[in-house]
Design a binder for this molecule. Structure first.
Ligand code: FES
Length: 136
C-alpha cells in the first residue's frame, strides 16, 4: 500500500496526482479547495507543492470548475469510508442535486438525516450556497 502524502485527509501521492491532472489543479490552495488535502495540520504543504510543481513542469493546467458529481466523488464519498450508505451522484438542476443513497444493512434510522446534512453542507460550501440535496 502506497504511503499517504496527506495524513489528515488520507490521500496518497498517486491519488492527488490523478485528481490534479483530471481537474487541472496547479496549486495547493486549489487542491485544498477541491478535496481538503493540505487543509488540516499543514505539514504536507511542502510535499503538495513539490508534487504539483513536478506534475505541471512540462504542461499547462486548465482548472475545471467544481461540479456536484466531482464534489460527491472526490470530496464526499472518500469521507464516508465504511459509513452507513453508498452514495452515487444522479443529476443536478441548478441548485437541486439528486443523489442515490443506498443504506447498508446495519444503518440506523437517524443515519440518513445525518448523511443528508453532511452532504448538503459540503455542497453548499463547494458548489453553491443554495444547494439542496434530494436522496432518490
Ligand atoms: S497531513 Fe495534510 S493537512 Fe495534515
Amino acid at each position: 500500500m502506497e504511503p499517504r502524502l496527506c495524513h489528515c485527509f488520507g490521500f496518497t501521492p498517486a491519488e492527488l496526482q490523478k485528481l490534479a491532472l483530471e481537474r487541472g489543479i496547479a496549486t495547493p490552495a486549489e487542491l485544498t479547495a477541491a478535496v481538503q488535502a493540505g487543509g488540516g495540520c499543514g505539514t504536507c504543504a511542502p510535499d503538495l507543492e513539490r508534487l504539483l510543481e513536478e506534475l505541471w513542469k512540462d504542461r499547462k493546467p486548465v482548472l475545471r470548475p467544481l461540479t456536484p458529481d466531482l464534489i460527491v466523488r472526490d470530496a464526499i464519498r472518500p469521507f464516508l469510508g465504511r459509513g452507513a450508505f453508498e452514495l452515487e451522484f444522479v443529476d443536478v438542476d441548478q441548485a437541486s442535486v439528486r443523489i442515490r443513497a443506498v443504506a447498508r444493512p446495519d444503518a440506523c434510522a437517524e443515519a440518513a438525516e445525518t448523511l443528508r446534512v453532511f452532504v448538503e453542507k459540503r455542497l453548499k460550501e463547494m458548489y453553491r450556497p443554495d444547494a439542496a440535496v434530494t436522496f432518490v
